[in-house]
Design a protein around this ligand. Structure first.
Ligand code: DON
Length: 600
C-alpha cells in the first residue's frame, strides 16, 4: 500500500510544478548555470523519515540557508550573550544584502542578513580560513548526517564578484563588530555559502532543528535545545528577510531561503521541509519554493500558530480509593473505615505532554479538592514529556498539600516524572492505593487494625461456633509454617485445601498480558483462601506465595469432604461462612473493575 502522506506531499509537488515565475540569481554568475526547471520537495519527520519528490538528489549550493547553521556554531562556541554583543536578533525589514548597521547599537540587526552572517562567520574559531572552514563544513555535515563539500566553481565565482559583501565586511571592521581581517571573514562566508547540498540534505538539516538539535538518524546531539530555540526564533522573524511578515502569516514556520533557489523550514517537534527551485522573487526567495511551502503548510496544517486544541487538562481520570480499592484484603471493620473515608485519598491519572496550560488546569482542579484530601496520588505512567514548568508546578503543589496535611505520591515505574530525592514513588496503582488505605486507616481507623497474628479458635471462620463444633473443627486442621517467598499453592494444581491465615501475609498473583506478575490479592491474619476451589472443585487459578514468614491452618480436601457425613450441620455452617467470605472477595474485585481499576 502506498503511504498516504507520500501521496499528499506529491500532490503538493504536482500542484506547484508548473509555476515558472521568477528568475535565477545572476549576480553570482555560476548560480545562473543551473537547470532552471529543477524542482524538488522534501519533508523529513523529526524521527528521520524522509518523503522526497522531484530532483531531491540534485546538488546546489546552500547560500544563505547556511546562515542559521553558522549562527548556531557561533552560539555554541561563544554563548548567546557574547554573540548578542555582536549581532542583534531584530528583523531589519531590508533586503538581505543591505549595507547597514543598527544606528543605535552599531550591530547588524540579525544573523540572517549578510552583515550579521559575516559577523557570525568571523566568530568561528580557527588558526586560518582553511581550519575555520573545515570547522564549519564538518558542523554542517553533522546536521545533514553525511559529509558535505565545497563547490569550488561557485566559490570562485562569488569571491570574484562579491564586492558588496567585502564592503559590508570592512564596514563591520570599522565599527569593531568584526575583529581581525575582514577579508578573511568575508572569504569564510563565501565558502560557507558555496557548500553543496541536496534538497534531501536540507530536509534532514531541518529535521535536526525540528528534533531539538539532535540528528534523528545519527542521534548526534549537534545543537543544545536552548540554542536550537534561539536559532529557530531568529529564523521565524528574519529568515525570509523583507518577506518575513507574509511568510509567517501564510506559512507559519521558522525558515531560511537561499539565492540558489532553496528554502528550508522547520515545525519544531514535528517536521523539517526543504524545497529547491532556482527562480527567485524580488526578495531573493524561491518563487516555487515559497509556493510549495505555503501549500504544504495549508494542506498538512503545519502553521505553528495553529491551535490544535484549546488547552485541555492533563487529567485523564481521577477516583477515590473507596471506588477502586487495593488488592490488600481488608477485615470488615477496616473496610467500613475505608468506605467512609476512602474519598479523602484520590488518584489522579495524568496523560500526554505536561506543558504549562494542561498542568495549570490539573493543579487548579486538585487544589479545589485539597481541603478534603489526606492523600494524593499522581499517576504519570501515561505522561509523555514533562516541561520544566510542569515539574516545578507539581512539586510546589505537593509541598503546599503536605503543609496542610495531605501526603502525596507518584506512580512512575520509569522514574521519569520523579525528582531524584522523591522517595514516595510506586510502580503500580495497586501499591499506591494500598499506601493510601493504610494512611486513612491510621488517621480515621480509631485504632482499628487487624491483628498480626491470631489463634485458630479466634479465626472468623471458627469464631462463635459452639465449643463442641469448634473443638471438632480444630481437630481437623493441620498447622503449617511457610518461609518468605515460599509457594503455598501453585496455579493449575488441583484443589489443595482450605487455608486460614493465623500469622504473616500471603499474596495471590497472576501473570499479566504484559509479562509481569500482578497481585490479585494480599491476605493477613484472620483471612482465608482456597474456598472457591473447595466449593466448586476445579484447579487452582493463581499462585499463592508467603510474603512474610507465615503460619496457616489447613483443612485438607479429604477432611473437608468427610465432614459432610461426619458433621453435616457443621459442614453446612462452614459452607455458609465460606460463601460469605467468597462474596466479600468478589465485592473487592467488582469495585476494581467497576472503577476502571488499573488491572496492570
Ligand atoms: O551573499 C550573498 O549574496 C549570497 N552568498 C547569499 C545570499 C542569499 O542567499 C540571500 N538569500 N536569499
Amino acid at each position: 500500500m502506498r503511504n498516504v502522506v507520500e501521496q499528499l506531499v506529491e500532490e503538493v509537488f504536482d500542484h506547484c510544478r508548473n509555476n515558472q515565475d521568477g528568475a535565477p540569481a545572476d549576480y553570482i554568475p555560476e548560480l545562473a548555470a543551473v537547470d532552471l526547471d529543477s524542482f524538488a520537495l522534501c519533508l523529513a519527520t523529526s524521527d528521520g523519515h524522509l518523503y522526497a519528490h522531484g530532483d531531491a538528489d540534485r546538488p546546489f549550493t546552500i547560500q544563505s540557508v547556511s546562515k542559521p547553521f553558522t549562527y548556531a556554531l557561533a552560539l555554541s562556541e561563544h554563548g548567546m550573550d557574547a554573540v548578542a554583543e555582536r549581532i542583534d536578533v531584530e528583523p531589519s525589514g531590508e533586503p538581505f544584502n543591505e549595507i547597514s548597521l543598527d544606528p543605535v547599537s552599531g550591530r547588524p540587526r540579525n544573523p540572517m542578513i549578510n552583515a550579521g552572517a559575516i559577523t557570525a562567520a568571523a566568530l568561528i574559531p580557527g588558526s586560518d580560513v582553511a581550519e575555520r572552514f573545515e570547522h564549519l563544513r564538518s558542523y554542517y555535515s553533522r546536521f545533514a548526517g553525511r559529509e558535505l563539500s565545497l563547490n569550488e566553481a561557485v566559490y570562485t565565482s562569488e569571491a570574484r564578484t562579491g564586492h558588496r559583501n567585502r564592503a559590508i565586511g570592512h564596514m563591520l571592521r570599522s565599527f569593531d563588530i568584526v575583529d581581525g581581517d575582514p577579508d578573511e571573514a568575508v572569504d569564510l562566508y563565501f565558502r560557507q555559502c558555496s557548500i553543496d547540498v541536496t534538497c534531501r540534505d536540507l530536509a534532514m538539516m531541518a529535521a535536526t532543528l525540528a528534533n531539538n538539535g539532535r540528528q534523528p538518524l545519527t542521534d548526534d546531539k549537534v545543537l543544545d535545545p536552548e540554542l536550537t530555540r534561539r536559532v529557530l526564533s531568529v529564523m521565524t522573524t528574519c529568515g525570509m528577510y523583507d518577506a518575513a511578515g507574509d511568510w509567517v502569516t501564510a506559512v507559519g514556520m521558522p525558515a531560511k531561503s537561499g539565492v540558489s533557489g532553496c528554502v528550508l523550514a522547520v515545525l519544531p517537534g514535528q517536521v523539517g521541509v526543504a524545497v529547491f527551485s532556482p527562480r527567485l522573487d524580488q526578495h531573493g526567495n524561491s518563487v516555487r519554493g515559497v509556493a510549495a511551502c505555503r501549500e504544504l503548510s495549508r494542506r498538512l496544517e503545519l502553521h505553528f500558530l495553529r491551535v490544535t486544541r484549546e488547552a485541555r487538562s492533563t487529567i485523564r481520570s481521577s477516583h477515590g480509593v473507596d471506588a477502586v480499592p487495593s488488592r490488600q484484603r481488608r477485615a470488615p471493620e477496616e473496610r467500613a473505615v475505608l468506605d467512609r473515608h476512602g474519598s479523602r485519598a484520590r488518584v489522579y491519572e495524568l496523560h500526554g505532554d505536561l506543558l504549562f496550560a494542561g498542568t495549570e488546569i490539573a493543579v487548579r482542579e486538585i487544589t479545589a479538592q485539597s481541603d478534603n484530601l489526606d492523600a494524593l496520588v499522581l499517576d504519570v505512567r501515561r505522561v509523555d514529556d514533562v516541561s520544566a514548568v510542569a515539574h516545578r508546578l507539581l512539586a510546589r503543589m505537593r509541598l503546599a498539600l503536605a503543609e496542610q496535611g495531605c501526603e502525596s505520591a507518584l506512580i512512575d515505574p520509569e522514574r521519569r516524572g520523579t525528582p531524584a530525592h522523591d522517595e514516595r514513588v510506586f510502580d503500580d496503582l495497586d501499591a499506591a492505593t494500598q499506601w493510601c488505605e493504610d494512611l486513612l486507616l491510621e488517621r480515621h481507623g480509631g485504632g482499628v487494625r487487624i491483628p498480626t497474628k491470631i489463634d485458630l479458635p479466634a479465626h472468623p471462620l471458627l469464631r462463635g461456633l459452639g465449643q463442641t463444633d469448634q473443638d471438632h473443627l480444630i481437630g481437623e486442621f493441620a498447622i503449617r509454617e511457610y518461609g518468605m517467598d515460599e509457594i503455598v499453592v501453585q496455579r493449575g494444581s488441583p484443589r489443595s485445601g482450605l487455608f486460614l491465615v493465623l500469622a504473616g501475609q500471603v499474596s495471590t498473583t497472576l501473570p499479566g498480558i504484559d509479562g509481569a506478575t500482578h497481585r490479585v490479592t494480599t491476605l493477613g491474619a484472620g483471612m482465608s483462601f482456597g474456598e472457591i476451589p473447595m466449593l466448586v472443585g476445579g484447579e487452582i487459578l493463581a499462585d499463592t506465595r508467603a510474603d512474610t514468614p507465615t503460619r496457616l491452618a489447613v483443612l485438607s480436601p479429604d477432611r473437608f469432604d468427610r465432614l459432610t457425613a461426619a458433621a453435616p450441620q457443621l459442614k453446612l455452617l462452614l459452607l455458609e461462612r465460606l460463601a460469605a467470605t467468597a462474596y466479600g472477595q468478589l465485592d473487592s474485585v467488582f469495585r476494581i473493575v467497576a472503577g476502571q481499576g488499573d488491572l496492570g
